[in-house]
Ligand binder design. Structure first.
Ligand code: SAM
Length: 306
C-alpha cells in the first residue's frame, strides 16, 4: 500500500468515528507515513480533539511547525484550535501563515484580521477557475455572505483590482445560524472585521457593501448584471433557493454562479440541508446551465436565461 492509501484508510476510520482505530493504524505504519507527516499530524490531531484531548492535538501540530512544516493544513487546523482555546492573536497569525502557503502573501502583508477562516482551503481551485474559466475582464462580482471579508479581500486582491470591475458584498453581518452560539465571544463585530479588511486591501473603492438579508436586498438589484456570483450566505435550503433564483436573474449569460457548502447539514432539520436547494435549482434550470465542477463547492455556467 502507498502512504496515501494508508492515509485514506485512517481517514475513513476517523470519519466513521473510530479514532482509536485510525490512531492505531497510523502508529503501526509510522515509517511509511513519514513522507506525508504533515497530513498525518493533522489527522492525528483531529482524532485527539474528537477524543477530548485538545492539548495533545495542539502539541502535535506545534511540533510539526517547530520541525519546519510548509503544510497548509497544519497552519489552518492549528488556527482553528487556537481560536477555540481563546488565543485569537495566535489564531490570526496561523491563518495568515496558512494564506501565505496557499500563495496569498497579501493576507499577512496587508494585515488582514480574522477569527474563523472559511475561505483559504478554496484558494487553489479558485486560482485555477479564475485563470482558466472565469475570465471576464473587467469583471462584476457579487458575493452573498462575506463574513469577515476574507473571500472578499482575495477577490479584490487577485481578481477585481488586477482586471478592473467591482465587487458587491451583501451580508447581514449578524452571522449565520451556525455562528450564533459563539459570535458574542469575538473581540470585534463581524462588520468591523469586514470593514478593516476591505480598507486594508487598498481597493475599498472597488467594493460596495450592502447590509441586510440577501433575500430582501437583492429585490432592489434586479436591473444589475454580474459575471461571477458567489452564494455563501444563509445555508438553510429555504434561503439558498431564494438566493439562487434571485442571482440567476442578474447573472449574465456566460457568467458563473458558485455555491458553497454542498455538504452543509442541519441534523435537526434535514429538509433544510443546503444541497436540497442546490439540487432542486440544478434540476429546474438544467437547460440553462452547464456544471463546471462539483465538489464541496459547485460552479455552474449560465448558458441562457430570461
Ligand atoms: C460562512 S459565512 C461567509 C464566509 C465568507 N464568504 C468567506 O469565505 O470568508 C456566511 C455569512 O452569511 C451571512 N448571512 C447569513 N444569512 C444571511 C442572509 N439571509 N443574508 C445575507 N447574509 C447572510 C452571515 O452573516 C455570514 O457572514
Amino acid at each position: 500500500m502507498t502512504e496515501w492509501e494508508i492515509f485514506a484508510q485512517a481517514r475513513a476510520l476517523h470519519d466513521a468515528g473510530d479514532c482509536d482505530g485510525a490512531l492505531t493504524l497510523i502508529s503501526k505504519a509510522r515509517p511509511e507515513l513519514e513522507r506525508i507527516r504533515g497530513h498525518v499530524a493533522c489527522l492525528q490531531a483531529s482524532c485527539h480533539e474528537r477524543k477530548g484531548n485538545r492539548a495533545l492535538a495542539l502539541r502535535l501540530l506545534e511540533n510539526e511547525i517547530a520541525a519546519g512544516t510548509t503544510n497548509f493544513w497544519v497552519y489552518y487546523q492549528i488556527g482553528g484550535l487556537y481560536e477555540a482555546t481563546g488565543r485569537q492573536d495566535a489564531a490570526m497569525a496561523a491563518f495568515r501563515q496558512a494564506h501565505g502557503l496557499q500563495g496569498w502573501p497579501e493576507s499577512a502583508a496587508h494585515g488582514y484580521v480574522l477569527s474563523h477562516d472559511y475561505f483559504s482551503p478554496n484558494i487553489p481551485v479558485w486560482k485555477q477557475w479564475f485563470a482558466d474559466t472565469i475570465t471576464a475582464t473587467p469583471i462584476a462580482c457579487l458575493e452573498i455572505g462575506s463574513w469577515q471579508g476574507i473571500s472578499s479581500a482575495w477577490l479584490l486582491d487577485r481578481v477585481v483590482a488586477p482586471r478592473g470591475g467591482s465587487l458587491t458584498c451583501i451580508d447581514t453581518f449578524e452571522g449565520s445560524s451556525e455562528h450564533q452560539s459563539w459570535l458574542h465571544t469575538l473581540d470585534m463585530s463581524v462588520e468591523e472585521f469586514f470593514d478593516h479588511n476591505i480598507a486594508a486591501t487598498g481597493h475599498a473603492d472597488l467594493c460596495r457593501k450592502l447590509k441586510g438579508r440577501s433575500q430582501s436586498v437583492m429585490l432592489q438589484m434586479m436591473n444589475e448584471h454580474f459575471d461571477f456570483i458567489y452564494i455563501d450566505g444563509a445555508h438553510e435550503a429555504r434561503y439558498v433557493i431564494q438566493d439562487a433564483l434571485l442571482c440567476w436573474r442578474v447573472l449574465r449569460p456566460g457568467g458563473y454562479l458558485l455555491f458553497d457548502d454542498l455538504d452543509f447539514r442541519f441534523p435537526e432539520h434535514p429538509e433544510q440541508d443546503t444541497a436540497k436547494a442546490i439540487d432542486a435549482f440544478l434540476a429546474w434550470f438544467s437547460d440553462e446551465l452547464s456544471v463546471v465542477e462539483r465538489g464541496r463547492q459547485l460552479l455552474v455556467r449560465k448558458l441562457a436565461g430570461d
